[in-house]
Design a protein. Structure first.
Length: 120
């Protein structure tokens, strides 16, 4: 499940992302709050073009019942400034009985890095 999520984000095909979430899903992505599956695609279509040469690695941190916690690192270049960033963060996922994700809560920090410091 974690590997699948990593693969989907690395492929950058925005149209497939909402399929894994409930219709009434709730997201907190840093300072953005989304409600409902319909809000996911516009959010991604706005955000992803800014993050060029994006690469992501996820690792399961813990799981119990219908919840999973994941830590991640990503690296990307800002479209407008050409500045490279490394993002460190944690995600908390909660699932509905049908297996779709009903909650995504992401806390993360973006740190400026030199292109030569990339590790992903």
């Amino acid at each position: 499940m974690v590997q699948n999520a990593e693969d989907i984000w690395n492929r950058r095909v925005a149209e497939v992302v909402p399929d894994d979430y409930t219709k009434d899903t709730k997201w907190r992505y840093k300072d953005a709050f989304l409600e409902g599956r319909a809000a996911i695609l516009p959010f991604i279509r706005e955000r992803w073009p800014i993050q060029e040469e994006y690469r992501l690695k996820k690792e399961m941190w813990a799981f119990a019942g219908d919840r999973i916690s994941v830590r991640f690192i990503s690296e990307w270049r800002h479209r407008d400034s050409d500045q490279w960033y490394r993002t460190f963060g944690n995600e908390h996922w909660e699932f509905a009985e049908d297996g779709l994700q009903s909650l995504l809560d992401i806390s993360a920090n973006d740190i400026e890095i030199a292109e030569s410091d990339r590790t992903l």
